[in-house]
Design a protein around this ligand. Structure first.
Ligand code: 1HN
Length: 348
């Protein structure tokens, strides 16, 4: 097959024009664009340095309350997808600010959300009647169609990265939302109940999963960091990823969420990773350390709280100047379920 469409002639063009009113079109004119040898994404690599974006976030705090905004978030848009509220073709990312004393009222939607805490301590999110108090580096889940509200009883602003499957769900035309009738949910369980019950290497003996999302909805950074620190001693570094773990649903061993795969990785000081690419466009956040990631022929230097996006199939390689920890999320879980996910190691 050629990589270009067949030549046009006056007769062919006239024929195509005749087809148009019948809502038909010749496949051979577009086949080369539908079937490409490799993934062709319009998405580009980009980075948001926390020091540069934080002042804008704080200005949004002076401009509108969390209540009026419903969610006070600055969307991180892929520069090639302006106005689309998308950081990749399938994923949404944003920075959410909640100031002391504020609440973000309860609602629920079929879109799943993840939070990765960047700044502050002691604000909470409540999911179906259970609060969890948040600290930097915690990975928190709001499963599809669960009631959720946020509140900040601390005396400092709290900022987290939101990741949602909004573009994916919207592509599938499968979005529903429902506003809550109370701002704050009634507590149904004690804070920390889910983590104790499902996240301790134990499960209640007769318990059966009720949904597709992990029953643990806060994966505290302290535990994740401790696991990485222990594993670091064995020095079994993956040449591309350093020491990389995935967050799992303890009841199934599958990813923690059905639409977004989440990961944490430790790159030891001096790590110079080999090039890697995969079909899942990925959002990274640095929680600790300092380094840079080469994506294609661009270099992105990162430090704590910086967010960057690697497009699908873009060759990239990480380097770390200090022991560094990167959180990441992508649609890999979806692609794997559909038998589409691919990776390649080494130079493109
Ligand atoms: C949402 O519900 C939250 O609950 C955050 O915190 C960001 C972006 C789009 C749609 C819904 C939240 C969101 C969102």
């Amino acid at each position: 097959m050629d990589d270009t469409p067949p030549k046009r002639s006056a007769e062919r063009t006239a024929f195509y024009d005749e087809l148009a009113p019948h809502h038909m079109a010749p496949l051979w004119e577009v086949l080369h664009a539908l079937l490409t040898r490799e993934p062709q994404t319009p998405c580009v690599a980009a980075i948001w340095h926390y020091d540069e974006v934080r002042p804008y976030l704080m200005r949004s705090g002076a401009l509108i309350t969390a209540k009026e905004a419903e969610r006070r978030v600055l969307i991180l848009e892929n520069p090639a997808l302006k106005g689309k509220a998308a950081v990749t073709h399938t994923l949404y990312a944003g920075l959410q600010l909640i100031l002391p004393g504020e609440v973000a009222p309860a609602h629920r939607h079929s879109q799943s959300a993840l939070r990765f805490v960047l700044e502050g301590e002691g604000a909470y999110t409540a999911v179906d009647g259970e609060r969890t108090y948040m600290s930097p580096g915690d990975f928190i889940i709001t499963p599809s169609w669960t009631w959720h509200d946020h509140g900040n009883d601390s005396d400092k602003p709290m900022v987290w990265l939101d990741g949602l499957d909004i573009p994916l769900v919207s592509f599938l035309d499968a979005g529903f939302m429902e506003p809550g009738n109370a701002e704050t949910q009634m507590a149904a369980r004690a804070a920390g109940d889910s983590l104790a019950r499902y996240g301790s290497g134990l499960l209640p003996v007769d318990w059966q999963p009720t949904g597709r999302t992990s029953p643990v909805f806060n994966y505290p950074y302290a535990r994740t960091r401790e696991a990485l620190e222990q594993m670091k001693r064995s020095q079994e570094w993956d040449p591309c990823h350093g020491l990389k773990v995935r967050y799992v649903n303890p009841a199934t061993g599958d990813y923690a969420m059905p639409t977004m795969a989440t990961f944490m990785q430790l790159l030891p000081a001096g790590f110079a990773g080999a090039p890697y690419r995969a079909t899942d466009g990925t959002v990274y956040v640095c929680i600790e350390g300092r380094g840079e990631t080469r994506i294609g022929d661009q270099r992105f230097a990162w430090g704590p709280r910086d967010v960057f996006v690697v497009p699908s199939w873009a060759s990239h390689a990480h380097r770390a100047a200090a022991d560094s920890v990167l959180f990441s999320f992508s649609d890999r879980v979806v692609q794997e379920k559909l038998g589409l996910w691919r990776e390649a190691r080494g130079a493109a």
